[in-house]
Structure formats: C-alpha cells, structure tokens
Design a protein around this ligand. Structure first.
Ligand SMILES: [Zn+2]
Length: 102
C-alpha cells in the first residue's frame, strides 16, 4: 500500500489526499471536491502561480471526468529556462488503467 499524504488541493484548496507516482514527478490526488486527478509537479507549480480561473477550470474538468478516466494535468512546454508562469499547462482525460500508478 502506498503512503498517502495530505495537502491542500492545488485546484480548490480543500484538504486532499495524494501520493506520488511516475517516479515522483507527479501527484495522484483524491480530492473530496474535484475527485481523482493527476498533476505533475511542474504543472502544479504553474497552476499555483496562475490566475484563479485556471484552477477553477481544471477543478471543473476533473469533476467531469468520464467513468474510468481521470484528468491528467501536465506542462506541455518543453522549453528550458522559461518561467513557470509561461508554461503551457494542459489537461486531458486518461483512462485510469493507463495512468501511472506508482
Ligand atoms: Zn480539489
């Protein structure tokens, strides 16, 4: 059993459980408001510095995930040295079976 941690959900600030996946580059959240979603550490940093509307939009998307899917939020910009504020954050629905689980 993986060790779960508790922190504020980066989307809605509820107290949420998560554990690290994908070689510790990604957090798999179980939020009481947003449900299940994954966010990479870089994407989390970008979201926390981004406008509130980003977080609201991703929270909404996470809640609307189809059955057996979860929202995976990643930074798509590969550019080195760009500030996190410039990072292109993107979310897509991924089948639960295909998400990194550990
Ligand atoms: Zn949340």
């Amino acid at each position: 059993m993986r060790e779960t941690c508790i922190q504020e959900c980066p989307l809605c600030r509820s107290s949420a459980e998560y554990y690290l996946v994908d070689y510790d580059k990604c957090k798999f959240f179980k939020c009481p408001r947003c449900g299940l979603f994954q966010v990479s550490l870089r994407a989390e940093g970008a979201l926390l510095q981004g406008p509130q509307q980003w977080r609201d939009a991703y929270s909404q998307k996470a809640k609307e995930a189809p059955e057996d899917h979860a929202l995976a939020i990643r930074v798509s910009s590969p550019s080195q040295g760009a500030g996190v504020a410039d990072a292109a954050v993107a979310g897509k629905y991924v089948r639960m079976a295909e998400l990194p689980q550990g």
